[in-house]
Design a protein around this ligand. Structure first.
Ligand SMILES: [Fe+2]
Length: 318
């Protein structure tokens, strides 16, 4: 496997209540507003070496916009662009994103927009946000959930098999785990482009809708940060959907909340777990194993299967 994709960089989220969504990321997630342009606000997590981690864009409804990936080199970028173009999923080069160099735009088979680039702009802290240690991007915020970095994006898709092929063949990602239904149909796939055990996830959208979001996840340094975040969210009036608890799949310690715009946000901590084996065997979870719930016995909450963004008719359960 050639690692042409270096890492997941940033995600654009849509919200109908942009001020509330930005406040959520700034005050409760400990991110910093680094830029405002048109209908968008750019936010940075404290250990991101690039300029932004989340782009919040005002829209009539919720959902996910573009997901950005950084290529491993200029040659890797050209290699992947050629493959994506040949598959008919390319949409050409864009210079519209001021915090990156040229970005190659494309879609996955389900219609989620992506951007792939090499040239980037590094985050430069203001004097007030300069860290003591020069190997850290920004000063340690020490507030709220104190998220360190973006961890993964979990998309909903109308069919999983085409996404599975897209990730493996066009992005060169490695599959680490999957859910296979009794009939042999894939219900969810976890892929990595790094040594983390997953970066991009696709889950079956039972409404059959295309292009929706299940959640985006941010990593904290410790499990304790997540427990404290639950108290912070409780008193801030943020909807806590499920957790804190531990996933069976991927073993991640988690908490799920809905930001004020309705998008599901996960706080996650994988401990020291990495996927180092170059010949890793994909772990397959069956329908029966799935029905057991999470690692310590918590049943999977109903809204986990019904809530996605943007909402579709029939309305999702609140
Ligand atoms: Fe997740």
């Amino acid at each position: 496997v050639t690692r042409d994709i270096a890492h997941l960089s940033a995600v654009e989220l849509y919200t109908a209540v942009p001020d509330d969504t930005v406040r959520f990321f700034e005050d409760l997630m400990a991110m910093q507003v680094v830029d405002r342009r048109g209908d968008s606000v750019y936010l940075h997590t404290w250990d991101d070496y690039e300029r932004f981690t989340v782009k919040v864009t005002a829209q009539s409804t919720s959902g996910v916009g573009r997901t950005w990936l950084r290529a491993a080199s200029r040659e890797a970028l050209a290699h992947r662009v050629a493959a994506i173009e040949a598959a008919g999923l390319g949409a050409g080069w864009s210079e519209a994103e001021p915090h990156y160099g040229p970005v190659y735009h494309f879609h996955d088979p389900d219609g989620h927009p992506y951007g792939l680039y090499w040239d980037t702009h590094r985050y430069e802290p203001t004097p007030a946000l300069r860290p003591s240690l020069k190997n850290q991007a920004a000063r340690y915020p020490g507030r709220g959930a104190n998220v360190r970095r973006l961890d993964h994006v979990n998309f909903l898709a109308s069919a999983i098999a085409p996404q599975d092929a897209f990730l493996a063949n066009l992005l060169g990602a490695r599959k680490s785990e999957q859910i296979m239904l009794d009939g042999g149909e894939l219900a969810a796939v976890w892929f990595t482009v790094t040594d983390k055990s997953y970066d991009l996830v696709y889950t079956q959208d039972w409404t059959g809708t295309r292009g929706r979001l299940h959640h985006i996840a941010f990593a904290t340094d410790t499990r304790e940060d997540i427990l404290r975040a639950a108290d912070v969210f409780l008193d801030a009036g943020i909807h806590i959907e499920t957790g804190p608890h531990k996933h069976a799949i991927q073993q991640t310690f988690f908490l799920y909340v809905w930001e004020p715009g309705g998008n599901r946000i996960e706080l996650c901590n994988a401990g020291a777990r990495l996927l180092l084996a170059p010949d890793h065997q994909v772990v397959t979870w069956t329908q029966a194993e799935r029905a057991k719930g999470q690692a310590w016995g918590l049943k999977t909450i109903d809204t986990f299967h019904t809530h996605g963004t943007p909402p579709v008719l029939p309305p999702t359960v609140l």
